[in-house]
Design a protein. Structure first.
Length: 255
């Protein structure tokens, strides 16, 4: 590939974020590995990127729902890499209730606010600060992370607040794509179904068995399924694609 700048990945210390960092590193992208609390895992990912992928990488820790922290993330990545080719927004939370569904009337207002703060504000702020830089470059990519529940509205064990935040992300993606297309900036998203990560480990075997029966490909997704899709969306092969949220769910939702 022709290297055109670094990639900032939020929520990259584990799960889908870590696999995406490694996939992009293998493709030659320098990577900023953002993390919230798990510094050790983030530093391990950075070491793999440097030692095995032979790319520049560094870790950045902090709460990117805080405006100053989000701005600092973008500023440090731009200073380190010269330019930012892509921002990949993966950071998010998915509260669980011992595997039981969280209904709207049972949702704690403070937890609602927390989910919206992390999943929406924590995505909006890095976008806000990377956009002026990409406009000056007349080039760039933004990838957002939604979910199958952002399509279906079925909240399942994740809750109404999670489904609402992921639905909003799909429209944020469309809106930014329309705004930024004239500047050569593409904005796309991914909407994973059931992906085997630490966030999905709290569900009972009976529940996972029932879900598996609804998936035509009869397997759960893997982090690399999402990572490779993100890599495609960032590539020149997807150069005429913007405003799309790509469903990665094994056929569980087909719309």
């Amino acid at each position: 590939m022709t290297q055109r700048g670094g990639v900032v990945i939020t929520g990259a210390s584990g799960g889908i974020g870590r696999e995406t960092a490694l996939e992009l590193g293998r493709r030659g992208y320098p990577v900023c590995v953002h993390y919230f609390k798990d510094r050790d895992s983030a530093e391990q990912t950075v070491n793999v990127l440097k030692d095995e992928c032979k790319v520049d990488a560094f870790a950045f820790g902090g709460d990117i729902a805080d405006e100053n922290t989000a701005k600092m993330l973008i500023d440090q990545a731009a200073e380190r890499f010269g330019t930012i080719y892509a921002l990949v927004c993966i950071a998010g939370i998915s509260p669980k209730n011992n595997g039981n569904r969280i209904f709207t009337e049972d949702t704690d207002p403070d937890q609602w606010d927390l989910v919206m703060r992390v999943n929406l504000r924590g995505m909006f702020l890095p976008c806000k600060y990377v956009i002026p830089l990409m406009k000056r470059q007349r080039e760039g990519n933004i990838i957002t992370m939604s979910s199958i529940v952002g399509r279906t509205g079925w909240s399942g064990p994740a809750g109404t607040h999670y489904a609402a935040s992921k639905g909003a992300i799909i429209n944020l993606t469309r809106t930014m794509a329309k705004e930024l297309g004239p500047y050569g900036i593409r904005v796309n998203g991914v909407a994973p179904g059931w992906i085997t990560t630490p966030l999905t480990q709290s569900i009972s075997s009976a529940q996972t068995g029932a879900i598996l029966e609804e998936i035509p490909l009869r397997r759960f997704g893997r982090p690399e399924d999402v990572a490779k899709s993100i890599a495609f969306l960032l590539s020149s092969d997807a150069g005429y694609i913007t405003g799309v949220t790509l469903d990665i769910n094994g056929g569980w939702y087909i719309g």
